[in-house]
Design a binder for this molecule. Structure first.
Ligand code: NAD
Length: 459
């Protein structure tokens, strides 16, 4: 079986490795560097910045922990070089894995010619045609630019550029209060950039549990980030600096900035890969697939951001595995209930399964268990707070969703995802003994709270 994979991000490279493991002859085509958005300009480099931001906040608070840190400052050059080192090491790691799995790598731009061949143009304009039995499209996504007056000015940027400034900006306006907007606001405010975050919905993180949006708003405001909700950016002007015109509460405000970051979502990259030649069906640029990642063309599959849906690296990778296994005649599918989402600010946010509001909207009868981290020993040791919330089915007591705001949330959510995957009941979580002192104990306590008998809660 000859398989061609178009795109070397977490969707494409994982599909390639899985297909090779199953005995396929695999060729992976990538126009840029391996690793896609996630490794090069997404998950990985942002988390390197956020790691340094977290350490800065710890230094600021060090007296509380019995440390007098006389002085410290940010060495931007060193941070940029560390970010590049981490990215390079991981990209080289992916390359090593592909090579050791016997996958042929081609650096160039792939375009479908017909249902069984693809033409690859290299940087020096040489063309090569590859024949295949099956193909997996994993071409990812690109940031959306809102079509407002002034977006063409230098200094109006996307997350790609916000990871590689020559120096820390003094004032930055971030348009969009979703995950990208929040993570960059968190990092750059720790680097002393004056941040204004503009969200057009009535709360930041509008797709998450309402309570989470409120807590994060309070935390970010305490850091000095100015948050404008229900805001509409109508124009960006330029004299020496940029001026963002924002309308909210019936007034207009003009905000001065040296950088304006567009963080209003991402769109699939599918318009220049020859889909018209093979009549692949799309919906507003998103390739339409079934639960096995099959497009309307029987030997062509698509995974990751290019199909829209949940644009997360771990979702792309799972879809890549399903595509590879389906091509190789295995039964394979994703359990969409168990997809965690994670936001790496302080406090961390993580969730999996149904939120309270989603469950109510779907008419599911639920019971909520909530445990505050002020009552959790490890969180107090770390001087952090937050909560763990469990959404359970009122009749079967099956765990349907978990939301966590607090330290280690992005790690603990894995346990919650497993509980949902195993259709665990609240009681099964309660009777799973958790190590003490850990933050994860609060998952067990939130489960106890479903029955109003958390041990460490006042009645
Ligand atoms: P998003 O969809 O999460 O958030 C975009 C936000 O911008 C929304 O809140 C929306 O209401 C707002 N918005 C849209 N147009 C606007 C306008 N004109 N003015 C003001 N606000 C406007 O998109 P994102 O934050 O750009 O992230 C893109 C993708 O990358 C998402 O799928 C996200 O999940 C993923 N991502 C995930 C992580 C993570 O998991 N930690 C980190 C970064 C990105």
């Amino acid at each position: 079986m000859k398989i061609v994979i178009l795109g070397g991000g977490p969707g494409g490279y994982v599909a390639a490795i899985r297909a090779a493991q199953l005995g396929a002859e695999v060729t992976l085509i990538e126009k840029n560097r391996l690793g896609g958005t996630c490794l090069n300009v997404g998950c990985v480099p942002t988390k390197v910045l956020l790691q340094t931001a977290e350490m800065i906040e710890q230094f600021k608070d060090s007296e509380r922990f019995g440390i007098t840190a006389n002085d410290f400052s940010l060495n931007w050059g060193q941070l940029m070089s560390r970010k590049n080192d981490v990215v390079n090491k991981l990209v080289e790691g992916v390359e090593g894995l592909l090579i050791s799995n016997g996958i042929k790598l081609i650096n160039g731009y792939g375009k479908f010619e017909n249902e069984n061949s693809i033409i690859i143009t290299s940087e020096d304009d040489k063309e090569e045609t590859i024949e295949f039995d099956s193909a997996v499209i994993a071409t990812g996504s690109a940031p959306i630019i809102v079509p407002i007056k002034g977006v063409e000015y230098e200094g109006v940027i996307t997350s790609d550029e916000a990871l590689s400034f020559n120096e820390v900006p003094e004032k930055m306006v971030i348009i969009g209060g979703g995950v990208i907007g929040i993570e960059f606001a968190e990092a750059y405010s720790s680097f002393n950039t004056n941040i204004t975050l503009i969200e057009m919905a009535d709360s930041i993180l509008p797709t998450m549990d309402k309570e989470i949006g409120l807590i994060i708003k309070e935390k970010l405001s305490l850091k000095g980030i100015k948050i404008i909700e229900n805001g509409r950016v109508s124009e960006i002007g330029k004299t020496n600096n940029l001026t963002v015109t924002v309308e909210f509460d019936g007034e207009k405000q003009y905000i001065d900035a040296d950088k304006v970051l567009m963080a209003v979502g991402r769109k699939p990259v599918t318009d220049t890969i020859g889909l018209d030649k093979i009549n692949i069906k799309t919906n507003r640029g998103k390739i339409i697939v079934d639960s096995k990642m099959r497009t309307n063309i029987k030997n062509i599959y698509a995974v990751g951001d290019c199909i829209g849906g949940i644009m997360l690296a771990h979702v792309a990778s799972s879809e890549g595995i399903v595509a590879a296994e389906t091509i190789m005649n295995m039964k394979s599918q994703i359990d969409f209930k168990t997809i965690p989402s994670a936001v790496y600010i302080k406090p961390e946010i993580a969730s999996v399964g149904l939120s309270e509001e989603e469950a109510i909207r779907k008419g599911v009868k639920i019971k909520i268990g909530k445990f505050p981290l002020t009552a959790n020993g490890k969180s107090q040791i770390m001087n952090e707070d937050g909560f763990v919330k469990i959404v359970a089915d009122i009749n079967t007591q099956e765990i349907l969703g978990v939301q966590i705001v607090g330290p280690r949330a992005t790690e603990i959510i894995g346990e919650a995802a497993l509980a949902i995957r195993l259709e665990a009941t609240v009681d099964e979580l309660i009777t799973t003994i958790h190590a003490h002192p850990t933050v994860s104990e609060s998952l067990m306590e939130a489960a106890n709270s479903v029955f109003n008998h958390a041990i460490h809660a006042h009645v």
